[in-house]
Design a protein around this ligand. Structure first.
Ligand SMILES: C[S@@+](CC[C@H](N)C(=O)[O-])C[C@H]1O[C@@H](n2cnc3c(N)ncnc32)[C@H](O)[C@@H]1O
Length: 263
């Protein structure tokens, strides 16, 4: 086990920085509701306020996170998506400019955070995808709404998930449901932050995770998402890797890869 005390100290402080930014996002959202939108009643509606606070936080950090993803190979992963695509949790649309337009037939972006929809819509327009991209305003577990939008079983060539499985409420059931949405031979493509392989770092994650989900809309730092994906259904090909550009002891390590559904 590599120690690298200085590197660890910097990396272990990163979740604290995100928590501070989430708090700053909540303060900005409260000011916005009180003084700009003049809707103080929304402060008492927990789900509306949480949506606005998370949206404000995410709009602050999303551009920097998109830049970091370049060296982790995320743009090439997204560009490999083809046919009829489900993008779960597109957020403000960090990934939309990375699609290869010539390979895309239709995209359903399943995004429950309403305060991110205006920026997502703007990025879809900029990427020239307005005619093929439909925003589905619900969580991926909301099967009734998905069905109303025409999201049916065995109808999709690609499922794309970029930093979303940390947040979905029932990861095992959700991964199995996404497997069912894929056509035989379809591909699930992903880049996710996950539980660390390093013992000390995994304990640091467990510690932060006491408050992390409350501050960041259900996000968890310590999920074994590789296992969740592997066990979601019958895959013909499994390719899951920890990011080669990251040290194993990082507090927020990532996996990426693709899974091909058996025919
Ligand atoms: C960390 S952000 C990532 C956004 C985007 N995928 C990207 O690469 O920039 C996580 C996103 O997942 C969304 N999310 C959270 N829970 C979800 C759920 N149950 N179903 C679908 N999306 C969800 C959040 O609203 C947020 O936009």
């Amino acid at each position: 086990m590599e120690l690298n005390l200085k590197g660890r100290a910097i990396s272990y402080s990163e979740p604290a920085l995100f928590l501070l930014m989430a708090l700053y996002g909540a303060i900005l959202a409260a000011f916005d509701l009180l003084f700009k939108q003049r809707r103080p009643q929304d402060l008492l509606n927990l789900s509306k306020f949480a949506d606005h606070a998370f949206g404000t936080f995410w709009l602050m950090v999303a551009p920097q996170l998109a830049e970091r993803e370049v060296e982790k190979g995320v743009p090439a992963l997204v560009a490999s998506a083809s046919g009829t695509i489900i993008e779960i949790g597109p957020g403000s649309g960090n990934q939309v400019s990375r699609y290869d337009r010539s390979k895309v037939t239709k995209i359903y972006g399943i995004e429950p955070t309403a305060s991110l929809h205006p920026q997502l819509r703007e990025n879809i327009k900029r990427a020239g995808l307005s005619d093929v991209y439909t925003i589905v305003p619900c969580g991926v577990q909301d099967v009734d709404t998905l069905r109303r939008y025409g999201v049916d079983q065995e109808a999709f060539d690609t499922v794309l998930s970029v930093q979303v499985f940390c947040s979905v409420p029932h990861p095992k059931e959700t991964a199995a449901a996404l497997w069912k949405l894929l056509k035989p031979g379809g591909t699930m493509i992903f880049y996710e932050h996950v539980k660390s392989r390093d013992l000390i770092s995994s304990k640091v994650q467990d510690f932060y995770n006491i408050v992390w989900p409350y501050a960041l809309q259900g996000c968890c730092l310590n999920r074994d998402t590789a296992r969740t994906f592997r066990e979601a259904g019958d895959w013909a090909k499994v390719d899951i890797q920890f990011s080669a550009a990251e040290d194993a002891w990082l507090a927020i390590p990532h996996i990426s890869g693709r899974l091909t559904k058996a025919s």
